[in-house]
Design a protein around this ligand. Structure first.
Ligand code: 89V
Length: 265
C-alpha cells in the first residue's frame, strides 16, 4: 500500500481493509492526502441478484425499507486450502461477515449501532465460525445479519445469501436458486436471476465469480469517469466500523455505536 501511494497507482484492497480500525483510518488518510483512488474489493454487493434487488428497492415498489434479514450459512470447506483460518482469531466476521455488513449498508443504508453474539461451533478453532448481528440503521430500519461456516444442509446452499427485505408496502424475499419473490398489494411475483454465462466460472462458485468482474468494471468505470467508488476506502470505514463493533459487542455483551469507534480511533 505504501509503495502504491508513492508510485501514485490506484489500488483495490482485498477485504478486510486492515487488521484494525486504526490502520484503516491511517491508510485512508494517507491515500486521501496523496489524492490516490483506493477502493475495497467488496464483491457481494456486486452480485447480480443484489444489483437487481437495489433497483427494486429504488423503484419504491415495497415502499420505505423497515427491516432486513441477510443470512449466509453453509459448511463449505474453507480449511483445506486456507488452513491458517483455523488459527485466525478474528475469523468469520472478517471473512464473510464484513461482506454481509457491506451488503446490509447497500440495501438498508448506513447503520449506527450493533449487537452481536459470536460462536465457535467447530472444535479447535482459534476464532469464531458463526456470528449473529443485529443492526440499527440511520433510517431506523433494523436488520439481522447472520453468518456461519458450521451450518450443515443438504444440498449445501453455498454461496447464496438468503433472507428478506421488508418495506412499508411489501417484502422482497431472497430465496434459494437466485429467486427474488416480490410481495406487494397486487400479489406476488418471482424474478429468477441468471448467471452471466462466463466460460471460466464453475459451480457452485459462479454467483461469486461473476461478481468479481462486475466489481472490477465498477472500479474501471469510476476511475475513467472520475467518480467516487461505491466502496471507496472512505466509505468502507463505515463497513469496517460495523465489523469492529460486532467484535466488541460479542466480547462485552454491550450494544456498540460505530460513531464512538471512529472517534476513538
Ligand atoms: O469472499 C470471500 O472472502 C470468501 C468466500 C468463501 C465468501 O468466497 O471467504
Amino acid at each position: 500500500m505504501g509503495l502504491a501511494v508513492e508510485a501514485g497507482v490506484p489500488v483495490i484492497v482485498q477485504k478486510p481493509f486492515a487488521p484494525d480500525i486504526v490502520t484503516c483510518l491511517r491508510i485512508e488518510a494517507k491515500a486521501r492526502k496523496a489524492g490516490l483512488p483506493v477502493t475495497l474489493h467488496e464483491n457481494f454487493r456486486f452480485q447480480k441478484i443484489f444489483r437487481r434487488l437495489r433497483e427494486i428497492l429504488d423503484s419504491r415498489q415495497i415502499g420505505e425499507v423497515t427491516f432486513g434479514r441477510l443470512s449466509w450459512r453453509n459448511d463449505i470447506d474453507v480449511y483445506t486450502n486456507q488452513p491458517y483460518l483455523l488459527k485466525t482469531q478474528r475469523f468469520m466476521i472478517m471473512d464473510v461477515g464484513i461482506h454481509m455488513l457491506d451488503l446490509a449498508r447497500f440495501l438498508l443504508g448506513d447503520a449506527h449501532s450493533v449487537s452481536c453474539f459470536s460462536q465457535s461451533v467447530r472444535e479447535g478453532l482459534a476464532g469464531e465460525d458463526a456470528a449473529t448481528m443485529l443492526l440499527r440503521h440511520d433510517n431506523d430500519a433494523v436488520s439481522v445479519v447472520d453468518v456461519s461456516y458450521a451450518a450443515h444442509k443438504n444440498p449445501n446452499p453455498f454461496p447464496q445469501t438468503l433472507g428478506e427485505i421488508e418495506g412499508r408496502l411489501g417484502t422482497v424475499q431472497i430465496l434459494e436458486g437466485q429467486i427474488l419473490r416480490i410481495h406487494t398489494a397486487n400479489g406476488q411475483r418471482d424474478e429468477v436471476i441468471h448467471d452471466d454465462g462466463r466460460a471460466w466460472t464453475s459451480a457452485p462458485w459462479t454467483q461469486i465469480q461473476d461478481s468479481v468482474p462486475r466489481t472490477q468494471q465498477h472500479f474501471i468505470d469510476a476511475l475513467r469517469q472520475g467518480r467516487e467508488f461505491e466502496t471507496s476506502a472512505r466509505d468502507s470505514l463505515k463497513t469496517y466500523a460495523l465489523a469492529e463493533a460486532a467484535y466488541r459487542s460479542a466480547s462485552s455483551g454491550q450494544l456498540i455505536r460505530t460513531a464512538d469507534l471512529l472517534k476513538e480511533a
